[in-house]
Design a protein around this ligand. Structure first.
Ligand SMILES: [Fe+2]
Length: 200
């Protein structure tokens, strides 16, 4: 199986008015994500044990395996970025009712969810991700992961909404101001319909 870079479901300029520029999407989607896909395909080509496996299967079998650390970095990042493009929307920021009720149930309020997510995203030291997840007991939680790691690999729960906090995701638009990038995501860019669709 050869993995491919999925096209964005919106134009590269569609998020510019909401704080994610065309330049960021051209670099982040067309260059960074493409590089993960190309590298992953190189690993698959050279390793018969990976051939014919789905992306999820490669994530699972390579995570925590020292010999496959390079494979996991690329597979994890491919999975994470597919998720991330869906987690953004030109009409983002509005929280649909079912998800709002779940957020209130688990965090006390939408504002408390946002505060917890922002803490996770800003305290992830170096590169990584912040996630809204649904745990095995059905409740929602927030977590953070380093580098290419994701909740699928760690088994912490189902990823509902993930935010890339690698510098390549915000440096063009927000420079070093990661907190502002996170707040803008939560208020204006996040595709909460996508998050709701990931609920069990
Ligand atoms: Fe990224």
């Amino acid at each position: 199986m050869t993995f491919e870079l999925p096209a964005l479901s919106y134009s590269h300029s569609a998020l510019a008015e909401r704080g994610m520029s065309q330049e960021t999407l051209e670099l982040h989607h067309d260059k960074h994500h493409q590089a993960y896909v190309t590298a992953l395909n190189g690993f698959v080509e050279g390793n018969a044990a990976l051939q014919g496996k789905t992306l999820e299967e490669i994530n699972a079998l390579s995570y925590g395996d020292e010999a496959l650390a390079g494979v996991f970095n690329q597979a994890g990042q491919h999975w994470n970025h597919i998720h991330f493009w869906n987690a953004l929307s030109p009409n983002g920021g509005g929280i649909p009712g079912t998800l709002e009720a779940k957020l209130t149930e688990s965090f006390g309020s939408v504002e408390e969810f946002k505060a917890a997510f922002k803490t996770a995203a800003t305290t992830q030291f170096g590169s990584g991700w912040a996630w809204l997840i649904q745990k095995a007991d059905g409740s929602l939680g927030v977590t953070k992961t380093p580098n290419g790691v994701n909740p699928l690999a760690t088994g912490e729960g189902t990823a509902l909404l993930g935010l890339d906090v690698w510098e390549h995701s915000y440096y063009v638009d927000f420079r070093n101001r990661r907190p502002d990038y996170v707040t803008n995501f939560l208020d204006s860019l996040a595709n909460y319909e996508f998050a709701e669709s990931n609920l069990a």
